[in-house]
Design a protein around this ligand. Sequence first.
Ligand code: GLN
Length: 190
Amino acid sequence: MVRVGVLALQGGVSEHLEILRGLGVTTVEVRRPADLEGLDAIVLPGGESTVFDKLARAFGLAGPLKAGIEAGLPTLATCAGLIYLARRVLDAAPGQQTLEVLDVTVARNAFGSQLDSFETRLQVEGVAEPAPATFIRAPVVTEIGPDAHGVCRLDDGRTVGVQQGAITGYAFHPEESGDPRLHIAWLNSW
Ligand code: GLN
């Protein structure tokens, strides 16, 4: 049985847990370094990347999490999760740190405030039909390093999904709709 952790410091944890459990995956809520033991993969949810940063450092989780992902732990990151992985962040909060494991630049809050949230459907590389995507104070990917590549774009050409080895990151929330296809595609990608 596949064992997938969900970073459970803050944010949209339960939606990911529900989708993963619905797919027959064993889930682990990750708050402490010991929770990383024995995981086959990890999901970083949406929420607030500055809070992930503060809590992960306070709980001693940031270092082991970064080491695990750098060592190849398959990772799915959505929205704040994507920001938390990015090597470079535009509009970062003062002192905000990230894990710097994904070679992209992301611009935080690229679509404006909470009121500018929207839903759309996106064609994602490796997924047959367009999938529902919810954008909530979402970032965009403004620069992609040589080891990463874009896997989905908005109609205006802005990149909102990337892959780098075993890491998949989306600027939006695929889990809000309950449609499991992007999780299935990720589970099948490693
Ligand atoms: N704007 C948030 C951040 O900077 C991300 C929002 C989200 O995850 N829905 O972390």
